[in-house]
Design a protein. Structure first.
Length: 461
């Protein structure tokens, strides 16, 4: 049995059974049989009806979904409610884009050999989708990894994070209630060895993975030939702050982007490069704002920063911060655990470039400030790691903004906004070791289909 605990006080929320090897085989057999028998495919209009029902059910249970996600995941109540509303909107986006899964005409008759033919493409479901999810958005990530598959016409098996499986299991039940036929969306809660067996089975056509880079790239190396994948890992989310930045508007954005969900977001603000001419002002303002954040029980509606997902993560963050201070970083605020599960929002000034907080994703409530005089050198430092996801620049100068956008190695660059900005209809992807493939509701739907070319030869053409 798996014990699901509240990250704040380790109180038991629920015990659930773990799947065994036989359960994995049953799930794969059922999903594969649904895909290989086209008579069992769900027609587009029916997918729309089912997802409309899902949306209606979710809208009637916003409070229930919010409390469940917050309780198991540790994200503050007010942010968990936003996650639930985003998840509902994600279903809406999927509904709207089912009709956009289409092919196009391919011109014929351009050569003598191609005359007398008409050609066009269609898009078909790619096959069985396996989704491996992360803990930090226990409902919205599940939406991105299951609703997209169903909207594309694919049976999906989803493995939620072992720390946050309840929102996923609850959502699968919502799918059933909405009329989704048996077997089309199955949840498997299992140990990592069995998850690898699930992912690498030759009956799997597509892997959607959200989680650590080490595990994601390892699983990709083990996929069966022909299995496509999308991997979403993390980054260090660099920010360039020019001397003309609007500090009054910037500080709330950086604080939100850095400490939202205790920094446990793959695009959390982590490395902020500040022009030396405004260093003192930025330090004073951001420290003041960080010190005002309320840290504590995620179910308290006034909490700004909740617990980390486990005490081991608190210990790791504490160790990394202490190591950075020992190697020369100046502690501006925080730098201490509040309890076994909560760590105080922390800001470090000029940590060593070879320290862990400078070279690895902290995934905790830690923001690092670095001063610079040459923007190009700051950009070089921002680009110096192998992880490249989202970045941002704060400036009022349009030329500087565009120049910085072009030079930053990132899949997305926000101008005058924090790095963690995201809406669910935009493309979302890491570059280099940060990932492969494109997320975002309609982009995932497209990746979960494949193209078929049809060429018709006729005497009447």
């Amino acid at each position: 049995m798996l014990k699901v605990l509240s990250p704040f006080d380790h109180s038991l929320i629920k015990e659930i059974p773990l799947a065994n090897e036989n359960d994995i085989e049953k799930a794969l057999t059922k999903a594969y049989s649904l895909f290989t028998d086209q008579s069992k495919w769900i027609a587009p209009y029916r997918r729309i009806e089912i997802l409309e029902n899902v949306k209606t059910i979710m809208e009637s249970r916003i409070e229930e979904l919010t409390v469940l996600a917050a309780h198991e995941g540790g994200k503050p109540y007010k942010d968990s409610k936003i996650e639930v509303l985003r998840a509902i909107n994600g279903v809406k986006i999927a509904i709207e884009h089912i009709g956009q899964l289409k092919g196009e005409q391919v011109p014929m008759g351009l050569t003598n050999a191609s005359k007398g033919r008409i050609a066009f493409t269609t898009r078909e479901p790619i096959g069985v989708v396996v989704s491996i999810s992360a803990f930090n958005h226990p409902l919205n990530l599940i939406i991105h990894q299951t609703v997209t598959a169903i909207a594309a016409g694919c049976p999906v098996i989803v493995k939620p994070a072992s720390t946050t499986p309840l929102s996923c299991l609850n959502f699968v039940e919502i799918f059933k209630e909405a009329g989704l036929p048996d077997g089309w969306c199955q949840a498997i809660v299992c140990k990592s060895q069995l998850a690898e067996k699930l992912v690498t089975d030759p009956r799997v056509n597509y892997l959607s993975f959200i989680g650590s880079s080490k595990i994601g790239w390892y699983l990709r190396s083990k996929l069966s030939p022909g299995t496509r994948c999308a991997l979403e890992h993390g980054g260090v989310a660099p920010v360039i702050v020019e001397r003309d930045a609007n500090i009054a508007e910037m500080i709330p954005a950086l604080v939100k982007g850095g400490f939202y969900h205790a920094g446990q977001v793959c695009v959390s603000v982590q490395k902020v490069f500040v022009h030396e001419s405004i260093k003192d002002t930025v330090i004073n303002e951001i420290v003041t704002a960080a010190n005002k954040l309320k840290v504590g029980n995620q179910l308290d509606k006034d909490t700004d920063v909740g617990p980390l997902i486990s005490p081991l993560e608190v210990e790791r963050v504490e160790r990394w911060v202490n190591e950075s201070i020992d190697s020369g970083a100046e502690l501006l605020c925080g730098g201490e655990r509040i309890s076994d599960t909560c760590y105080k929002p922390t800001i470090l000034l000029n940590p060593a470039m070879d320290s862990k907080v400078s070279t690895e994703e902290v995934f905790g409530p830690v923001v690092c400030l670095y001063t610079y005089s040459d923007r190009n050198k700051a950009i070089d430092l921002a680009n110096s790691l192998s992880v490249h996801f989202q970045a941002s620049v704060f400036t009022q100068n349009l030329d500087i903004a565009f120049d910085t956008v072009q030079k930053l190695n990132a899949a997305a660059v926000m101008v005058n906004d924090h790095t963690a900005f995201r809406v669910d209809w935009m493309p979302f992807q890491g570059r280099d070791t940060s990932g492969i493939g494109t997320g975002g509701i309609q982009y995932s739907m497209h990746e979960m289909t494949r193209e078929k070319l049809i060429v018709i030869k006729s005497k009447v053409l």
